[in-house]
Ligand binder design. Structure first.
Ligand SMILES: N[C@@H](CCC(=O)N[C@@H](CSC=O)C(=O)NCC(=O)O)C(=O)O
Length: 284
């Protein structure tokens, strides 16, 4: 028997001939109510369309990308749907969950937590890889072709999901991703709490480690601002560059002079990413 998930509409706005819609649903993976957003291009009125997953960064909800990236015009032209999940479970009140911007609410890091008290709810890997895709397939006219992208913590999510699921996403890209979370303060703080003290259990969620293990040969397309305030301490793109070179893994890393970590940077280059994904998503 196929279970049909209930979706509660939250809002709907026409945008560039398509629709930006928000929904609430009960997540079994996260054991809480969640919201997500979908942009449906005009083509979705008459045909099934390919889908780009966008994973956002620390402090974000589904709304930051949809409101700030300026992606709808080009997605409408290219006939691509975009889904933005939230960045953590919501409506929970675990000890310390809301105390800092880089851990807990708004900071799920796209992992499946194994530690108390996080493991009941903080299962963002399963939510983004399995549960939400199944909900989207049940309710929207998508054709099964998927790509993935994201920013910062969401760039880490996009790279690790793609590297761990070879053949699933037709293309992957990222803006300012955390490429080596096991070796930077944001990642170490979150992974210790969610995954425990053994760093051996962290490496499955680290793009540099996955490339070093030869997990997949998927081309990685990354834009990184050179004036990013988090570049040296948290993002460390040179580490991914080195490991890709060492293991002959295909990487396009564009360093963009003067750009910081903000959505102004994303809005400037999102068109390039959408056209890159469209090439792969529409290829026969
Ligand atoms: N201390 C800052 C940090 C939050 C921040 O910069 N968040 C980024 C993602 S950082 C890595 O995952 C972001 O996308 N913010 C949302 C936005 O709309 O710009 C703070 O709390 O602001």
């Amino acid at each position: 028997m196929t279970m049909t998930e209930n979706l509660e509409p939250v809002s709907s706005n026409k945008s560039f001939g398509g629709w930006h819609k928000r929904y609430r649903h009960r997540s079994r993976a996260l054991d809480c109510e969640m919201e997500f957003a979908i942009y449906l291009p005009p083509q979705a009125e008459t045909e099934r369309v390919p889908l780009l997953w966008w994973l956002s960064g620390l402090t974000c909800t589904d709304e930051n990308f949809m409101q700030k990236a300026g992606a709808h015009r080009v997605a409408a032209e290219l006939g691509i749907a975009i889904v933005c999940p939230d960045t953590s479970p919501r409506g929970t009140d675990l000890p310390g969950e809301h105390d800092s911007y880089d851990f807990g609410s708004g900071a799920g890091f796209y992992v499946n937590a194994t530690q108390e008290p996080w493991k009941q709810h903080y299962r963002m890997y399963d939510y983004v890889a399995e549960e939400l895709p199944s909900v989207v397939r049940q309710h929207f006219p998508v054709n099964g072709r998927e790509a993935i992208s994201g920013h910062s913590m969401g760039g880490h999510g996009a790279l690790t999901l793609a590297l761990r699921r070879p053949g699933h996403y037709r293309s992957v890209s990222a803006f300012s991703p955390i490429v080596n979370p096991t070796q930077c303060p944001w990642g170490r703080k979150a992974f210790r709490e969610y995954l425990g003290d053994d760093p051996g259990s962290w490496t499955q969620y680290d793009a540099c480690e996955l490339v070093a293990k030869g997990a997949s040969s998927q081309h990685l397309f990354i834009d990184q601002g050179e004036a990013d305030q988090f570049l040296e301490e948290q993002l460390k793109p040179e580490r991914l560059e080195a490991v890709c070179e060492e293991h002959d893994h295909p990487l396009t890393l564009r360093r963009q002079p003067g750009y910081d970590h903000s959505y102004f940077f994303i809005a400037t280059f999102i068109e390039d990413h959408l056209r890159y994904h469209a090439e792969h998503l529409h290829k026969r």
